[in-house]
Design a protein. Structure first.
Length: 451
């Protein structure tokens, strides 16, 4: 596994890099602006100087040009006739080539004034030219050399290097101080996971803190549920196993009378059946948990006729209702949805069985199915049984929770039926509504999403 990089190191590196980039760009930008400003100023100076020399040349009526420039002056003065021949050059160069093709000379001959700048990459300078046409038709040209951009940059290079070094040092110091200030609250937040949402130092970490807190609470709740579930399973299995073991021991040791053996065998069979039912419910609940937690589709949805399931369940549960002296009937209107027929049948069966189990002799249970005003399919079961106390209604869908423990065990209930109903409803995206009043009865309605 790749070792994660330190956030503090990344921030320090980023700050130093930004500083170096800023210094470099500033130096380059300054050199460009300075070179351009200096070139423009040089062009204006050449223009004024050329105009002054031309005016003096006109006043004197021509003549020699030697006295117009000071000794050691960097300016170069050239006089060119209309044919491009050099009549005079302050450098004293003789036999110069024809200048008629020079841009500044051509502009001066055409419009009276002309300018140009030529670069010499090999020598590292650029020459600025300004030409003006005189009254006699000749062209007077001034030229001056200055370093080009790269030479200016080379001159600034030592200062740039010093600046980069200083920025690196200052950036490293500031980055260390900044990252230390940034990371310390995050470290403190990580050290107090129990109150992480109260220790959030930055707005951007609020969502992360909430997620960590929620995940932590979920893990704690799941662990508590697992411990409670394990304890409940152990308790539920221990009671029938103790009973079976006791009866079997009596029969094994010959302590049971011959007429009592069938009674003991019947009780062993009853307790074993109860254990099988309990294990079956536990396995089914575990399978439903796996379906809910799985990222893949837990079952392949198929069209399900909810009214048909309601009718079939009513027929199948009629015998159980008669044994409990409860009247069972149904009112099934057309309703269909996409889901698992087996799971939905289990849901309806468990709700119907619960309504019969927690009823009273002479009571009634009615199963309903149909579509509500919003077009959502629903199934409901209504009974006039013992009812559920208000303070227990929020917990009846918990595993092994029983409102009346003695009644549940007497009727063979495992305490997992409504938990299974809840999981099946969640897998189908359904909503469960419960209305109950002690001594009056209970109505449970499961509403499915609109197809």
């Amino acid at each position: 596994m790749k070792q994660p990089e330190s956030m503090a190191r990344r921030i320090r590196r980023a700050i130093v890099l930004v500083g170096v980039i800023c210094v470099t760009l500033t130096a380059l930008g300054t050199a460009v602006l300075f070179q351009r400003a200096f070139g423009n100023q040089l062009d204006r100076d050449l223009e004024r100087t050329a105009a002054a020399i031309a005016e003096g040349y006109r006043i004197q009526g021509g003549g020699a040009l030697d006295g117009y420039l000071d000794e050691g002056d960097s300016l170069r003065l050239t006089l060119i006739d209309p044919d491009g021949n050099v009549l005079y050059d302050s450098t004293g160069t003789a036999d110069m080539e024809n200048h008629l093709d020079r841009p500044e000379v051509r502009q001066a001959l055409d419009s009276g004034r002309g300018s140009d700048t030529r670069h010499s990459r090999t020598l590292g300078y650029e020459t600025h030219y300004y030409a003006i046409r005189l009254s006699d038709g000749n062209v007077l040209r001034l030229a001056d050399d200055t370093g080009d951009l790269w030479s200016a940059y080379n001159r600034a290079l030592p200062l740039l290097i010093v600046g980069v070094v200083l920025v690196l040092a200052l950036g490293a110091l500031l980055a260390w101080l900044l990252t230390r200030a940034l990371v310390r609250p995050i470290t403190r937040m990580a050290e107090h996971l129990d109150s992480i949402e109260a220790e959030v130092p930055y707005e951007e970490l609020a969502l992360l803190a909430h997620t960590v807190q929620s995940d932590r609470k979920l893990r704690e709740d799941n662990e508590a549920i697992r411990r409670e579930f394990t304890a409940n399973v152990s308790h539920e299995l221990k009671t029938p196993l103790t009973s079976i073991s006791g009866y079997a021991e009596l029969m094994e040791n010959g302590m049971a009378k011959s007429e009592d053996v069938p009674v003991f065998a019947q009780r062993i069979h009853k307790e074993a059946s109860r254990m099988i039912t309990l294990v079956t419910d536990i396995l089914q609940l575990s399978e439903l948990d796996g379906m809910r937690d799985s990222k893949e589709k837990s079952f392949e949805p198929e069209p399900v006729d909810l009214a048909a399931i309601t009718r079939d369940t009513c027929v199948n549960m009629t015998m159980n209702a008669r044994k409990a002296y409860v009247t069972l009937q149904y009112k099934a209107e057309p309703a269909s949805l996409m889901g698992s027929r087996d799971l939905l049948s289990e849901l309806v069966t468990n709700l119907c069985d619960n309504a019969i189990r927690y009823n009273r002799p002479g009571g009634h249970v009615t199963l309903y199915s149909g579509t509500d005003g919003d077009g959502c399919p629903y199934f409901a079961v209504e009974d006039n049984g013992i009812g559920i106390p208000q303070d227990a209604q929020a917990r009846v869908f918990e595993r092994f929770y029983r409102v009346d423990k003695s009644r549940s065990k007497a009727t063979g209930g495992t305490g997992l039926g409504l938990a299974i109903v809840k999981h099946i409803a969640m897998l189908h995206g359904a909503r469960i509504d419960l209305k109950s009043q002690v001594g009056t009865g209970t109505t449970i309605r499961v509403t499915f999403p609109k197809p």
